[in-house]
Design a protein around this ligand. Structure first.
Ligand SMILES: *Cc1c(COP(=O)(O)O)cnc(C)c1O
Length: 487
C-alpha cells in the first residue's frame, strides 16, 4: 500500500538466483513455468501491511481485499483493468455467495473456511477462475495465444477447464488416465462442450499422462511452435489469488487485529499453505500454519525431523484423499528460499542434494533448522481410518459433511492446535466429489449441489488415445491448425 513497498515487491526473482540483476515483472512470469535456472519465481520482497492497513482491510468485501492485496504484487496491469478482472472473477454466480469463501463457525474458536463453492467444488477454483480471466486479458493485450497442456487425476484438470472454457486465445489439452477417475470427476470434465477444451483419456495410469506432458514440455521446438504452457501449482498467480482468503478468513473469525488465529491446511504440493505463509510474512496475525498430510507424508517428515526426502512415484500411495497423493511438494522451494535468508546459493545447494542424493537433512544444520519455528509451521499426518472418523465426527457434532481432504485437516488441526488461539480449518473440496469415501464413513451418499444433479448422464466429449507422444502431438497440431492459417 505504501509506494516503497510496491516498487520492490512487484518484481520477481528466481529462488536459485536467475534474474537477480534484472528482476521480472508480474506479467512476464505469469505464463512462464520454472525460471531458466530451474528455480521458482518469488517476489523480490514481501510487502508488509501496517496496523492501519489491516484496520482498513477489515471492513472490505472479498473483491476489495483481492484488489488491495494483488495490487501490491502486480504493477504492469492498470488499476482499472485489475479491478475489472477481479470483479469478473469473484461473483456470486461463480462462487455461490458474495462472501466467495464464507466462514462457518463450528463451535466457539473453531471455524470452517468454505473455499470450495466454485464451479468444480474444490478450492482450486478460487485461483484458477482468476487465472482464466487474467490470462484472457494478458494474451489479448499481447496479441498472443496459449495452449495449456496438463495431466490430471481429478481436481486440477477440471478446475483448469472450467476456468479456461470459452476464453479467447486459450485452448486446453488435458490428459487423464482412461477409466481411473471417479464417474463424477470424469463427467465434470468430459461433459464440457466448449470447442477450446480438449479431453484426452489416455490408455494408461496418471504417471503415463504426466510423462507425456513432460516429453512435450522438453521438446522445445514443438513447445514454442504451438505456444504450449501450463497452469500447474507453481504458478505464482495461483499462489497470489490464494493469499486473499487467508485475510478473508482471519477478519471473519476475529473482532480485532490483536487476535491471532491458526489455520489447518490439507496439503500436497504446498501451494495452499504457502499462500498462508505469504499472508503471514505480510503481517497477517497468524499463529500456526498447520500442514496436514495423508499417508504421503513428505511434508510432515520435513517439519518433524528436518529431512526432506521426495518419494519415487512407485512409493507414492493411492489414498482416499487423492489430491494430496504427491511424491514431492513443488512449492516447498519457495519456503526454503525464505528459510535460507533468501540466499539463492543455499537453495541451489539444497536442491542439488535433492537431485543427486535424493534429499537433504536440515537437522544437521542448526542455523537453518533453528529458524523453522519462527515461521509458525506445525505438521501432522492422517490416515484412511482417521479420515473416516473425522468425517463422522464433524457430521455428528456439527451436522456438516466434509470431504476426505478437509477431514485430514480437521484431524491434524485438532491434534496440534493451541487452545489460546482460534483455529480455522480450510475446506478444500466438497464431499460430493468423493462419494465412495463419504458412503464408507456415513453410510449414505453425499449431498450434491443442484446444478450438478445427473451430470454423469450428460453427453461426453473425450478422445481415447494410447500413451503415445506422437498421437498427442498429432491431436494438438490438428486442433491448432485453423488458427494458424494465414488467410
Ligand atoms: C490440490 C488439493 C489439495 C492440496 O493442495 P496443495 O496446494 O497442493 O497443497 C488438497 N485438497 C484438495 C481437495 C485439492 O484439490
Amino acid at each position: 500500500m505504501s509506494p516503497s513497498n510496491t516498487l520492490t515487491s512487484a518484481r520477481y526473482v528466481s529462488t536459485r538466483g536467475a534474474d537477480a540483476e534484472a528482476p521480472k515483472r508480474f506479467c512476464e512470469i505469469l505464463l512462464e513455468g520454472l525460471a531458466t535456472d530451474g528455480g521458482l519465481y518469488v517476489p523480490q520482497s514481501y510487502p508488509t501491511l501496517s496496523p492501519e492497513d489491516l484496520e482498513r482491510m477489515r471492513g472490505m468485501n472479498y473483491r476489495d481485499l483481492a484488489f488491495t492485496i494483488m495490487s501490491l504484487y502486480i504493477d504492469d496491469i492498470s488499476s482499472e483493468d485489475l479491478r475489472q478482472i477481479i470483479d469478473r472473477t469473484y461473483t456470486t454466480q461463480a462462487f455461490g455467495s458474495d462472501d466467495i469463501t464464507p466462514l462457518v463457525q463450528l463451535e466457539p474458536g473453531l471455524h470452517l473456511l468454505k473455499c470450495s463453492n466454485g464451479p468444480t467444488l474444490a478450492f482450486k477454483d478460487v485461483a484458477m477462475q482468476f487465472l482464466g480471466h487474467l490470462f484472457e486479458f494478458v494474451l489479448a493485450r499481447e496479441g498472443r495465444e496459449l495452449n495449456i497442456l496438463g495431466a490430471t487425476s481429478g481436481d486440477t484438470g477440471s478446475a483448469a477447464e472450467y476456468a479456461m472454457k470459452s476464453k479467447q486465445g486459450i485452448r486446453v489439452f488435458m490428459l487423464s488416465p482412461y477409466g481411473k477417475m471417479s464417474k463424477f470427476q470424469a463427467a465434470q470434465m468430459y461433459s464440457l462442450q466448449d470447442a477450446n477444451i480438449h479431453n484426452f483419456a489416455v490408455e494408461g495410469v496418471f504417471d503415463d499422462c504426466q510423462d507425456m506432458v513432460k516429453a512435450i514440455s522438453n521438446d522445445l521446438g514443438f513447445k514454442s511452435m504451438y505456444r504450449i504452457g501450463a497452469v500447474n501449482s507453481i504458478n505464482w498467480g495461483r499462489i497470489l489469488a490464494q493469499v486473499v482468503y487467508y485475510f478473508k478468513g482471519y477478519f471473519a473469525a476475529t473482532q480485532s487485529n490483536d487476535e491471532k488465529v491458526s489455520f489447518a491446511v490439507p496439503s500436497g504440493n504446498f501451494g495452499n499453505v504457502l499462500a498462508g505463509h505469504v499472508a503471514r510474512m505480510m503481517g497477517l496475525p497468524i499463529k500456526q500454519l498447520i500442514v496436514a498430510t495423508n499417508e504421503n507424508d513428505v511434508l510432515d517428515e520435513f517439519f518433524k525431523t528436518g529431512r526432506y526426502r521426495p518419494r519415487q512415484s512407485a512409493e507414492t500411495r493411492q489414498t482416499s484423499s487423492p489430491s494430496m497423493d504427491i511424491s514431492k511438494a513443488s512449492n516447498f522451494e519457495r519456503f526454503l528460499f525464505d528459510l535460507a535468508w533468501r540466499d539463492p546459493a543455499v537453495v541451489r545447494e539444497l536442491m542439488q542434494k535433492v537431485d543427486h542424493e535424493g534429499g537433504f537433512d536440515l537437522s544437521t544444520c542448526d542455523q537453518l533448522w533453528g529458524r523453522v519455528p519462527k515461521f509458525g509451521f506445525a505438521s501432522g499426518r492422517s490416515t484412511h481410518a482417521a479420515r473416516l472418523e473425522g468425517i463422522k465426527a464433524v457430521a455428528s457434532r456439527y451436522g456438516i459433511e466434509i470431504d476426505p481432504h478437509t477431514a485430514d485437516g480437521y484431524n491434524v488441526g485438532l491434534t496440534l492446535r493451541e487452545p489460546s488461539n482460534q483455529l480455522i480449518l480450510l475446506e478444500t473440496a466438497l464431499p460430493a466429489k468423493f462419494a465412495d469415501t463419504i458412503q464408507e464413513a456415513l453410510g449414505k451418499q453425499p449431498s450434491r449441489p443442484a446444478a450438478l444433479a445427473g451430470i454423469e448422464a450428460l453427453p461426453q466429449r473425450v478422445a481415447v488415445i494410447p500413451a503415445s507422444i506422437e498421437r498427442l502431438k498429432e491431436a494438438i497440431s490438428r486442433a491448432c491448425a485453423p488458427l494458424d492459417r494465414n488467410d
